[in-house]
Design a protein around this ligand. Structure first.
Ligand SMILES: [Zn+2]
Length: 97
């Protein structure tokens, strides 16, 4: 009896292991039992910050290129648009994380 139970448990463990050998949707590493993503949950936000900053800077530069004396509201809008666009491009071009 004990042997049968152990076999069943082993089979269940094997199924579980097979299931968990899928790749992690976040870090694309093998999903082992003790898998931990090498990058924390905040890393995606941290990665996006330079892109967003660069995008908003680009938006401001473009705004100054078009308008000689842009109003502050226009600058804010251009900066926000640049940030959003840069982030969208980053998400489209970067790896699907
Ligand atoms: Zn992971």
């Amino acid at each position: 009896m004990v042997g049968l139970e152990q076999t069943a448990t082993a089979a269940a463990d094997k199924n579980k292991t097979d299931l968990e050998m899928a790749t992690c949707p976040r870090c694309l590493g093998a999903l082992t039992e003790n898998h931990r993503c090498p990058r924390g949950p905040l890393s995606r936000v941290r990665d996006a910050i330079p892109t967003v900053l660069l995008g908003s800077l680009l938006g401001i530069v473009v705004c100054f290129a078009i308008e000689e004396r842009p109003s502050s509201a226009l600058l804010v809008a251009a900066s926000a648009l640049g940030a959003v666009l840069a982030n969208a491009i980053r998400q489209a071009a970067g790896p699907k994380v």
